[in-house]
Design a protein. Structure first.
Length: 414
């Protein structure tokens, strides 16, 4: 619904129409620009939001053109097959009839894949070259474990996978019984399970899965779907929804993390090497007005809830933390002077560059908590672009250098 707000996609379409473009063409061009922006992102979660934007655009376009889609009949044991599945397609299948999903495009990070896991539906995403248009009415077996799809399975294969389905059902029942139990390692360490999110739609699923808080809320999403910086009031409303939805559980909101692969059309950053350039905290410290407005919105949104935690991205020096803390305290003083009675929230930093690893002890003295950004840290430690197919096999979370860095962070933090 946020994208349909007048302050974002709707007003962009209106502006294009005012230049003389027809409504359908204006919608198509605006949606295409948003899709391109998401598809270029390095963050897998954000990159997969491109399919959500495409689906929204298709539905709006169909409405504008007054298209009436043919009513589909969904038999028992329906398997949805498409070039690109969307969450809306899942919602159109009557309850209890959907048993499998196959999509030529997409990945395990897509909304469809996440929903499918939550629903316990076998799914294969990214099945390149699969003749999706030629399998209507054909019997299929979807092996979600191995990412395989079998056409016209034999009776023996049907029985084999029938046993797998029953075993999965029994396993799921057993796991459901453990959902409310605390997560404790074999050597007795209590490990709280927190969720990473960026959309309000993630809330219900996270709570159903037993999330004990939000470890990372990506605040850049509302910035990326706007054609201007969202106002303090607009940000406040968005943050309030997230904080209230998880209350009283803690919600860790990362300050605006743009640059690198995350660009804003109204605030272009052009660099030869964006991942080693102006991004994260570097941008917001150079533009304190952006940081102050966002921090004020976060603080006001937490009034009466008091479950906010603020996380600073792309930290590489203690001086950056000092500057950020000064601005946070300034914003806190301002909102209190305006009558918003909120406590000072815990503030943490992300350990996602090698420089931060070697300064863990000093950084830990400045803030209340540390959060490891494993994606970027692995990339910077190994000098590997995980989206470059030529070197993707070198990107390894379990590389000895990565494990030693994590061990160093934990040791020095304590």
């Amino acid at each position: 619904m946020m994208m349909l707000d007048d302050a974002s996609l709707g007003s962009e379409v209106t502006n294009v129409i005012n230049t003389g473009e027809w409504a359908q063409g204006a919608l198509r061009s605006v949606v295409s620009e948003h899709v391109k922006r998401f598809e270029l992102m390095d963050d897998a979660y954000l990159r997969e939001r491109a399919s959500d934007v495409k689906d929204l655009g298709r539905r709006l376009l169909a409405y504008l053109q007054e298209e009436r889609q043919q009513a589909l009949v969904y038999p028992d044991n329906t398997i949805l097959v498409s070039e690109e599945l969307t969450p809306a397609m899942l919602g159109e299948v009557p309850e209890g009839k959907l048993v499998g999903l196959v999509s030529v495009q997409g990945s395990g990070n897509s909304h469809v894949a996440i929903l499918a896991r939550a629903m316990g539906i076998p799914t294969v995403m990214g099945l390149v070259d699969f003749p999706y248009s030629k399998v209507d009415g054909i019997d299929l077996v979807v092996d979600g474990y191995h990412g395989e799809v079998f056409t016209n399975p034999s009776e023996i294969m049907r029985k084999q996978f029938g046993k797998v389905v029953e075993e999965e059902r029994q396993l799921s029942q057993g796991l459901d019984a453990l959902r409310e139990l605390p997560c404790v390692t074999l050597d007795g360490h209590r490990m709280p399970l927190w969720v990473n999110t960026g959309l309000l739609a993630d809330v219900a699923r996270a709570q159903q899965r037993g999330a004990e808080g939000v470890g990372l809320y990506r605040t850049e999403v509302p910035f990326m779907i706007n054609q201007r910086f969202p106002s303090e009031k607009e940000q406040l409303a968005i943050y309030r929804e997230q904080l209230a939805a998880f209350h009283p559980l803690p919600v860790t909101m990362r300050s605006l993390d743009i640059g690198g692969d995350k660009s804003l059309s109204y605030f272009p950053i052009k660099e030869d090497n964006p991942f080693l350039g102006w991004r994260g905290i570097r941008v917001t410290l150079d533009h304190p007005e952006i940081f102050l407005v966002q921090t004020r919105a976060m603080l006001k949104a937490s009034e009466g809830l008091n479950n906010l935690r603020i996380l600073l991205p792309m930290i590489s020096s203690t001086h950056e933390v000092e500057e950020a803390l000064h601005l946070i305290h300034r914003a806190w003083g301002e909102v209190r002077d305006e009558g918003t009675d909120v406590p000072m929230p815990p503030v943490g930093v992300m350990i996602e560059v090698p420089a931060a690893v070697y300064q863990t002890r000093d950084l830990a003295r400045q803030v209340d908590f540390l959060s490891v950004g494993s994606n970027d840290l692995t990339q910077y430690l190994l000098a590997v672009d995980r989206n470059n197919p030529r070197v993707a096999d070198l990107y390894d979370y379990l590389h000895p250098a990565v494990l030693q860095a994590l061990q160093s962070v934990v040791r020095d933090a304590h």
